[in-house]
Write a protein that binds this ligand. Sequence first.
Ligand code: SAM
Ligand code: SF4
Ligand code: SF4
Length: 371
Amino acid sequence: MSKKVIPVADLRYRNTVPAIPSDLESPAGFVADRLARPLQDLRISVTDRCNFRCVYCMPSEVFDKDYAFLPHSSLLSFEEITRIAGIFVAHGVSKIRLTGGEPLLRKNIERLIEMLNSLRTPDGKELDLTLTTNGSLLTRKAQALKDAGLKRVTVSLDSLDDTTFKRMNDVDFPVAEVLNGIDVAHQVGLGPIKINMVVKGGMNDQEILPMARHFKDSPFILRFIEYMDVGTSNGWKMDEVIPSAEVVQRIHREMPLEPIEPNYTGETAQRWRYVEGKGEIGVISSVTQAFCSECTRARLSTEGKLYTCLFATGGHDLRALLRGGKSDQEIATAVAHIWRARADRYSEIRTANTVDARKQENKVEMSYIGG
Ligand code: SAM
Ligand code: SF4
Ligand code: SF4
C-alpha cells in the first residue's frame, strides 16, 4: 500500500453545524427517519486512538507516527458526552455502545460509564450500556467496568493462531491475553459476551472452523463479520470478502447449524444454533445482505460529530452547539431535524459503481466514527 498522509479529521471530513428550527420541540421518546426507522441506538466513539493496527481498520502504513490524531481539546468531555447522550435517550435511544478506536484507552472510562449509567429512558428504565473492545486491557479493567455499571462487552478476536492474530493486529499482541481478558470479563459478570471476528479472505478465513470449535459449548457467542469497505485506508477489495453464507456452510458441514429467530427487530447478526450440543453463532452480512432497512443507529464521533451512517462522508457538528451555549431543547430539536431527514442506506445500494474509489475518497474512518 502506498504511503499516505492524512490530515486531522476535522479538516478532512465535510461537517455542518446543524440548523436549529425556530419551532423548538421537546423530545417525545420517539423520532423516525424518512424510511420510518426509529432512533434507538447510539454508538459513541470515545477516542480515535488505538494500541492495535488491525490491517482492515488502522493499517500501520497510514496510521503511523506522523498520523495526526485528534488533540485532547477536540474530544468531547465526559460531561458533554453525557449531556448529548441524555438528549438521545429522550428521543428514544435505549442502547448505548462505547467504541472507538480502543475505548479502554480513554482515561477514566469507568467514570463515563457511571455517568451514562445514571440516565433513564422516558419510561424510567436503565439503558443497555455496552462496549466494544479489542480485549487487550480487559484483564486489568473488567472489574472496574462492571462496578461502574457496564452491562456487557463485545470483544474483537480475529484468530486463535498467534501468527495470524499478530499479522492482523500488527503490533505483536498475543491471543492468550485477549482470551484471558474474555475469561475475566465473564467471571465479573459482564455478559453475555459476544466475540467479533472480522473475516478477511486470504488472511484469517482458515480460522473460521478453529474459532467455531473453540467457542462451541462455551458461554460466548461468536459472530463472523464480513470485511467492509469502511473508510478509505484499508485497500478493501470485494474478492477479499468471504460471504456469511459461505461461513455458515463451512461450519455446517462439520457441525450442523439451524437458523434461529432474531432477539429483536433490527438485530444486525443473523443467528444460527448448533443442532448438537450447546451454543450459537451470528453472522453479520453487511456486504452481501445489507440490513439498512432496519438500521436504527446513530454514531457520535470522538469530537462530537453526529453521523447517520457508517459510510457517511459528512457529519453534523453537535459539539459546536454544546460549546456555543445552546440549550438542551435547542440541541434536541436539531437532532430530531437531522434524524427525520435521514435516508441513508449505503450497504443496500453498494454496487460495483458505488465502490468506485473516486466516489469514496471522503468516507470517514471507522476508528474515528466508531465501529
Ligand atoms: N477497538 C475496538 C475493537 O476492535 O473491538 C472497538 C472499535 S472497532 C472499530 C469496532 C469493530 O469494528 C471491531 O469488532 C472491528 O473488528 C470492526 N471492524 C473494523 N474495521 C472493520 C472492517 N473494515 N470491516 C468489518 N469490521 C471492521
Ligand atoms: Fe483498533 Fe479496533 Fe480498529 Fe483494531 S478494529 S485497529 S483494535 S479500533
Ligand atoms: Fe446503517 Fe448505513 Fe450500515 Fe445501512 S450502511 S446498515 S444505513 S450504517
